[in-house]
Ligand binder design. Sequence first.
Ligand code: SGN
Ligand code: CA
Length: 526
Amino acid sequence: MKKWIPFFLLPFILAGCYTKNKVDTRPNILFILSDDHAYQAISAYGYPIGKLAPTPNIDRLADEGMIFNRMFVANSLCGPSRASIITGKFSHKNGFKRNGDRFDPDQPTFPKMLQAAGYETAVVGKWHLASLPQGFNYWCVLPGQGHYYNPDFIRQNGDTVRMQGYVTDIITDLALDWLKKRKNSKQPFLLMYQHKAPHREWLPPEKYLDLYHKTKFPLPGNLFDDHKGMGTAAREAEMLISENMGLSNDNKIDPEIVTETGHTPFLKWYPRAYRANLGRMTPDQRAQWDKVYQPINEAFRNHPPSGDSLTKWKYQRYMEDYLACIRSVDDNVGRILDYLKETGLDKNTMVIYTSDQGFYLGEHGWFDKRFMYEESFRTPLLIRYSKMIKPGSKNNDLVQNIDFAPTFLELAGLKIPEDIQGISMIPILEGKHPENRRHALYYHYYEFPGIHMAKRHYGIRTERYKLIHFYNDIDEWELYDLEKDPSEMHNVINDPEYAEIRSQLNHQLDSLIRKYQDPLEKTVVR
Ligand code: SGN
Ligand code: CA
């Protein structure tokens, strides 16, 4: 039977064909997410480490765009942070509170909304949300944390395949291949280019294994902090370089030498992890590894450091490997930025560089993250988009990772759904100082008990102060005056001089809890 198209529908059908053939000039979005990249380790931020281990390609985004000095996360942990980024919501709203939870992939996310509105979307690299990606035309992701050497990837057809090479290079190859394949596409794109590096256990690529072995990294002033000025949560956390960092898995000393020199692995699985990491290497990769690490092992065996010298030695080893991983991220970011330039895509692409949280590089004696203290709560953010952002801009507004979703939706000309909790950064990017900007940040961390034993807490950070409540197996409040005490060494919660401030902050915190509708399940013990 012949089907007749009703006459009144014809204009709509013709308009549909027309828009299909027309180039959609809305901006592209290249979202670069690294894992555990501390702002202290990006040279554009100007910290001493950045001078010794520069990141020239990431810095290009600061020179040509905007660098944010006050970018924070909603929950300083990988999975939760990624869930907040794609939903624009706090963990209690998107349901992903701890690593190990499963992200409900049926809920709305900004990639889904962009895809539905005509964007071509892709994600490559670390995903870490347990469920598989939705809302992407193309994806290829690492299972869980992924591996540095010869990593496995889950492909869209459901296969898991092992790819030979170094994870940061491979993720970049996948991103570039996708960009090249869609070269003649008329649609704008969203590419989420997400690195595993520089996540623990910091395995650098072959060519950078000894890159920083001759560099002496300055010790943070509070490397030997006893946390007496802080609180129980800081004292009981298991993230000390001195005690909880593994000589084998983290510092790359053979487990037999660890035992021989009178040390014990802090956790039973550390030697296993060391062997598993090395066990993935090809004979050639392994030979290059041994060439660099055997002399370090020998030196350790012959003159094993102890006490504070051991802590300093571990810190130095940690920085060498961590920063060498970052060097490779930076090189690969350079490859992508060069491609954008060569093809002219740079003009119509917003490029974002950020990390899933901050990281301790020895501050308070720690590695890892989780806490609402500055180094883990704050994360790097650099954005370049020449049509909107004045080159060389520096921003001090309080922004948070729940702000990405509304920013990208607004950029694409879409309506921001009412239930998104973030605020679009577009006015800030345009150089405005908008009235509705954030004056206080809310934070909530849940993963306790668990690895590193950082207790549950929530709190508020204003321009100057931070009030934190640690709960569940304790009930303790901490207050820091960030202007007088930027390193957060002195909890002034019981100082009568701060009584008035404390009650004001309490009040403000209550209103944030109400505003964001956090049910605060204080009684949950897992
Ligand atoms: C692993 C790490 C931990 C880290 C968590 C979470 N150990 O368990 O040190 O805190 O991931 O990191 S490792 O030796 O196995 O790497 S997150 O970035 O995924 O949240
Ligand atoms: Ca992380």
